[in-house]
Ligand binder design. Structure first.
Ligand code: DX5
Ligand code: ZN
Length: 214
């Protein structure tokens, strides 16, 4: 089944607790939390204290997307804050084995992400250690951008490689997912769709989430 992970980057930051309750009531499966450090990406959002505070506001799983240099420095803090899965960017962390092992040992999902210009194959040495791959379908840093169509070819390639290895790895897409682009992402093999503006910008969040799911 396709899962929908609204990104709170597009929520009203003065009312994040209510935003989580609204998406839970609207049928979201996962909460996507975009951590940006102002270095790896040219934008700055929030870190462990905010995630910890939000943890009490919903029962939905927390999918923490770390767009930061040196993720090792704060990994334990994100685990303590209540992350259920943590995604590292391979560009920020080219030798991720020890951190992936730490995540597995902590009992949380271990994921790697690639930016639009990073080839899918760089993930293949680590594929067997991952619960999820996140294929960025826009340049990370900002919500509300248009999906870069050729990134979906990487989704197909990774899905094919997982199937060849008998892996049921989740493949998440993030950026520019809306009711026009969701079906193509699913067709290429994605099974978790992140959506920021398409959910928080919708008049009827429940209808938007149902439509994205296809
Ligand atoms: C971008 C973030 C995304 C972003 C998606 O760097 O990783 O999660 O919030 O926003 P939309 O769905 O509006 O493209
Ligand atoms: Zn994200």
């Amino acid at each position: 089944m396709v899962k929908i992970a609204p990104s709170i980057l597009s929520a009203d930051f003065s009312r994040l607790g209510e935003a989580l309750q609204s998406i839970e009531a609207a049928g979201a499966d996962i909460v996507h939390l975009d951590v940006m450090d102002g270095h790896f990406v040219p934008n700055l959002t929030f870190g462990p204290p905010v995630i910890r505070a939000l943890r009490a506001c919903t029962n939905l799983p927390f999918d923490v997307h770390l767009m930061m240099d040196d993720p090792a420095s704060l990994l334990d803090a994100f685990l303590d804050a209540g992350a259920n899965s943590i995604t590292l960017h391979i560009e920020a962390c080219p030798q991720p084995q020890a951190l992936l092992a730490r995540l597995r040992q902590a009992g949380v999902g271990a994921a790697l992400s690639i930016k639009p210009s990073t080839p899918a194959e760089v993930l293949y040495p680590f594929l067997d250690q991952l619960s999820m791959v996140l294929v960025m379908t826009v340049e990370p840093g900002f919500g509300g951008q248009a999906l870069i169509a050729d990134t979906l070819e990487k989704v197909s390639a990774i899905r094919g490689e997982c199937e060849r290895r008998g892996l049921k790895t989740d493949i998440e897409v993030d950026g520019g997912i809306n009711t026009e682009t969701a079906a193509a992402a699913i067709r290429h093999g994605a099974n978790i769709l992140v959506a920021g503006s398409a959910v928080f910008g919708a008049k009827d969040m429940a209808a938007a989430i149902a439509k994205l799911r296809g």
